[in-house]
Design a protein around this ligand. Structure first.
Ligand SMILES: [Mg+2]
Length: 228
């Protein structure tokens, strides 16, 4: 019996990629209206990938992500860097953090039927809390765990088990919904939770318990899984 539904945040409840690209365009335009935007965006996205590798090797402070990626993109585009662009990026990101269409309606139907939680892997817990608040979704959740705050990250089963303890339910009574096979599905599965892979079809060798391509499918699935 499912008594708790736990969500990933970025890529599941909100579209980080879309908001990130919109903000990168804005920052690039503010810094230099003649900047080649696509090249700037590519450099900034590449910077995130490099940054994750450095964090994994424990070679950089995880809180410096946006500074790292933006300053490198500026250098690549031969634009003058200033730390104020990090603040500009963050403030614009908050403005652009919006829930996917239909998410709010889905969440509104769940409290009382299941305890709700979020587990998100962000390094910068303060900024991530602000983003969750800015999305307008915070009110629906009893517990929100941010990797940068608790010092454990998905796919470590410990962060999923911590959530089940906080919600006072057994892991096998939890349904975890996320868009990443590695971080969400494998992690939640290793903690004994049921899983839903959310988003457009990906070919996977490890199959989640359930799949939902869009919010309509997810709503239908939850309707069947949660006993009222
Ligand atoms: Mg995600």
């Amino acid at each position: 019996m499912i008594r708790s539904v736990i969500f990933d945040f970025d890529g599941t409840l909100v579209d980080f990629v879309e908001s990130d690209i919109a903000v990168l365009k804005y920052v690039c335009g503010q810094a230099n209206p003649d900047c080649a935007v696509d090249e700037f965006i590519d450099a900034a996205i590449e910077g995130i990938m490099q940054f994750h590798e450095l964090v994994e090797r424990k070679e950089i402070n995880p809180l410096l992500m946006h500074h790292y990626r933006l300053s490198r993109a500026f250098v690549r585009m031969e634009m003058d860097w200033d730390d104020c662009f990090v603040d500009l990026y963050k403030s614009q990101l908050l403005k652009k953090t919006k829930a996917y269409t239909g998410v709010r309606q889905l969440l509104r139907s769940l409290p009382g039927r299941a305890k709700l939680g979020i587990i998100t892997n962000a390094y910068n817990a303060a900024l991530q809390r602000e983003r969750i608040e800015a999305s307008g979704l915070e009110q629906f959740f009893q517990e929100i765990l941010i990797a940068g705050e608790v010092g454990i990250a998905k796919p470590d089963p410990e962060i999923f088990l911590l959530m089940s303890r906080k919600l006072n339910v057994f892991p096998e009574e939890c349904l975890f919904i996320g868009d990443s096979i590695h971080y969400d599905i494998k992690g939640a599965h290793s903690a004994g939770m049921k899983t839903v892979l959310y988003g457009k079809s990906k070919s996977v060798s490890e199959v989640p318990d359930y799949r939902a391509e869009d919010i309509r499918e997810l709503a239908g699935l939850l309707e069947n899984l949660i006993v009222q």
